[in-house]
Design a protein around this ligand. Structure first.
Ligand code: SAH
Ligand code: SF4
Length: 368
């Protein structure tokens, strides 16, 4: 029998009202189970089911008594994301999933298999308020923040797929839909959960957070300490720069009108001084717009003396933006200028361009 609309609605309401286990810190899980009168060692067992064994159902948690499993199933949820759409690159190495959240919203998450690395690219918001001209997520506007559990659940989704292949996830990049520093608390809570040594235990250096350049957010991030309280958090910070003059960046990345390049680079220097971590600068090359030798020179001037690296990525064309990727001659012109100024960079191949793996493009296809 087909479920009726009201049945489906009550099922959604029911799922929404349950505690999402991936939203909880270890102390929060401790207090939940303490309230239920469970012995302390159950907390560690459940934590390991969630983050080490990657259980997707309570039935799998065979060392928990069935009464506890039943209560967990009634009052909580593991929040295994539903896959609303999926695309694979022709080489099969990149897979992009559109994941449906409990309220029906969808976000994109991508798994990229490199020779040695297995990288999950995950979202932090549904949509984005910044509105960068070339970005499919920006083109759809802001809908809502994700919770820390919804961010973590995307990672667990791919970790389960790899586990079934006897493989492991090695890297996480917060580079999907949304601006992580405008959903600061949830993004940081998710990172802390992923690096928890008794849980998923991902190395801090294997996590990259990409921001459009929210200056107060970067300042706050510079002040974060690692989980053991021993020095600064060691994640990699990536900044989506795309232009090295205020005049051009104002047009491509509108937040530049609030946080000017001088202020952004002052904050970057402070970030490097405090964390001793190299910053990655993202540069989506757009034909005739930011691929000029003048922009490369302005970029070199900004980066000289800063511990930095540039990721040069040819633009992924999107529905509502007329810009195109540059020709190979354009790419060479730009990178030669960086070479001349001894600016370290990597020219990235457009992974998954054949699967619309640009940020926000799969959702755009599904809502068109
Ligand atoms: N909001 C954050 C993180 C998500 S965007 C940020 O802007 O950094 C992830 C990266 O994809 C950013 O560097 C962004 O500029 C880039 N990007 C977005 N649309 C793109 C496109 N059409 N082609 C190439 N890169 C794109
Ligand atoms: Fe938002 Fe990043 Fe897209 Fe800009 S590039 S609109 S900040 S998601």
């Amino acid at each position: 029998m087909q479920p009726t609309t009201s049945n489906r609605k009550s099922e959604i309401e029911n799922r929404k009202s349950r505690t999402r286990l991936y939203d909880l810190t270890l102390p929060a899980l401790q207090s939940l189970l303490a309230d239920w009168g469970e012995p302390a060692y159950r907390v560690r067992q459940l934590w390991e089911w969630l983050y080490v064994h990657l259980a997707g159902t309570f039935d799998q948690m065979t060392n928990l008594p069935s009464s506890l499993r039943e209560r967990l199933a009634t009052e909580t949820t593991i929040d295994v994301p539903q896959v609303a759409d999926t695309v694979r690159s022709t080489d099969g190495e990149t897979c992009k999933d559109l994941l449906r959240l409990v309220d029906g919203e969808t976000v994109e998450a991508v798994l990229m298999r490199y020779e040695r690395r297995r990288t999950a690219c995950i979202s932090t918001q549904v949509g984005c308020s910044i509105g960068c001209a070339f970005c499919a997520t920006g083109q759809m506007g802001f809908r809502r923040d994700l919770t820390s559990g919804e961010i973590v659940a995307q990672v667990m989704h791919f970790a389960r797929i790899l586990q079934a292949e006897r493989d492991r996830l090695t890297n996480v990049v917060l580079m999907g839909m949304g601006e992580p520093l405008l959903n600061y608390d949830a993004s940081l809570a998710a990172i802390r959960r992923l690096i928890h040594p008794q849980g998923f235990n991902l190395g801090q250096r294997h996590i990259t957070l990409s921001t459009v350049g929210i200056v107060p957010g970067i300042e706050r991030l510079a002040g974060e300490t690692s989980s053991h309280g021993d020095g600064p958090l060691q994640i990699t910070l990536a900044i989506s720069l795309h232009a090295a003059t205020d005049e051009l960046r104002d047009r491509l990345v509108p937040i530049n009108q609030h946080y000017r390049l001088d202020a952004l680079f002052e904050t970057c220097s402070h970030y490097v001084a405090r964390t001793r971590r190299r910053i990655s600068f993202e540069w989506a090359l757009i034909d005739g717009v930011n691929d000029t030798p003048q922009q490369a020179q302005a970029l070199a001037a900004r980066l000289t003396g800063l511990l930095a690296h540039v990721n040069v990525i040819p633009l992924n064309p999107t529905q509502d933006y007329a810009g195109q990727p540059p020709s190979s001659a354009g790419i060479t012109r730009f990178t030669q200028e960086l070479d001349r100024h001894r600016i370290p960079y990597t020219l990235r191949v457009r992974r998954g361009v054949d699967i619309q793996a640009g940020c926000g493009q799969l959702r755009q296809r599904n809502t068109a």
